[in-house]
Design a protein around this ligand. Structure first.
Ligand SMILES: CSC[C@@H](O)[C@@H](O)C(=O)COP(=O)(O)O
Length: 341
């Protein structure tokens, strides 16, 4: 196995990010020292994935404090810079909670914030390894100790976290146990996190995979090619409703129809007790150009309008299990009858 991917690092002077917009063609690191550049990097998905956003947000508060010192900001300017980081994307609760975790340390100075932010980074990696072990144990107990055919959507790998990954962390753990036959990686339109990032990670790990169009997922499941689907989450409401990348709910419906497990892998930090249910989760709407063009060229008539929600909500009743760092919670009470083609 190759050295683990570290999408976020602290250099001592800067937040060093793997530029995820350029993968898999190029592995380029970006050093960020200014709040505006971090907000831009978050919005453009240079750094992305809920846990990674949490760590980037926390380290972003260090950048804000250092910039405040360099530029003699007053307290209100600093506060609004921190809030701009916190609100750069709305759906992943980890971004807000990462900033909120370090905010009480702001009055103690940048070093105190840095210590707390780096603790969050370490905890995330450790937590992901535990999610991987618990998720793999649960799948083996439920489906038998045999190589599994898994389906995933978007990227919930090392790149989406501080390291190791959540849903892909489970895949990695199973792979270490020789219990992965193949992974179907949905390409994940419109920004292709599945084909660009998940496939890249699986390639590095030596896991067998297919990239498939999002539109193939339900058919692949109903035709019996998949033993379980496993995805990450951006925010889990108190009742278990789960927001994840657009397209996830269709996979959950297909899993329910086929009678196979739909598993969400996420740390407790992604569960938001302040959000009662999925209707209250803010869903990010992104630029029309992401849908209406491809690699810079138009793919729709001039004047076409786009509907571009970045996330959807899977109702708790469709979530078979939630793999966390402390164990697996069986969420869905009942399953719909299985169909097959
Ligand atoms: C461990 S990452 C979980 C989710 O954040 C992931 O599945 C996802 O939907 C990411 O969306 P993105 O828009 O790429 O930030």
């Amino acid at each position: 196995m190759t050295a683990d991917i570290a999408p976020i690092a602290w250099t001592g002077d800067a937040l060093r990010l793997v530029d995820q917009t350029l993968l898999p063609a190029r592995l380029v690191h970006r050093d960020v020292t200014e709040v505006d550049d971090l907000v831009d990097a978050i919005r453009r998905l240079v750094v992305r994935g809920a846990p990674a956003l949490g760590v980037a947000g926390a380290l972003g508060v260090v950048l804000a404090l250092r910039q405040a010192e360099r530029e003699n900001w007053d307290a209100a300017t600093l506060d609004s810079a921190i809030s701009r980081i916190r609100e750069a994307r709305p759906t992943a609760v980890n971004l807000a909670s990462g900033v909120d975790r370090v905010r009480p340390f702001v009055k103690k100075g940048a070093e105190a914030v840095l210590t707390e932010a780096l603790a969050l980074l370490d905890e995330d990696i450790e937590g992901n390894r535990a999610i991987g072990r618990h998720g793999a144990d649960w799948l083996a107990a439920r489906l038998g100790d045999r190589p599994l055919r898994l389906l995933t959507h978007c990227n919930a790998g090392a790149l989406a976290t501080a390291g190791w990954g959540t849903a892909l962390g489970v895949v990695r753990e199973l792979h270490m146990r020789n219990r992965v036959e193949v992974v179907y990686a949905d390409e994940t339109r419109p920004l292709l996190q599945g084909s660009r990032l998940t496939a890249w990670e699986l390639e590095q790990l030596g896991v067998a995979y297919y990239v498939q169009p999002d539109g193939a997922a339900a058919s692949t499941i109903l035709r019996g090619h998949v033993d379980a689907a496993i995805v990450g989450a951006d925010r889990i409401a108190a009742n278990g409703d789960t927001a994840n990348k657009i397209g996830t709910v269709g996979i959950a419906l297909a899993c329910a129809a086929a009678g196979i497990p739909f598993v969400v892998a996420a740390p407790w930090s992604t569960i938001d007790p302040a959000t009662a249910d999925g209707t209250q989760i803010p869903i990010e709407q992104r630029d029309s150009a992401e849908v209406l063009s491809y690699a810079g060229d138009p793919v729709a008539p001039p004047g076409a309008r786009a509907h571009n929600p970045a996330f959807d909500v899977t109702p708790a009743r469709l979530v078979t299990a939630l793999a966390t760092e402390t164990g697996v919670l069986e969420v869905a009470a009942g399953r719909t009858p299985a169909l097959s083609l």
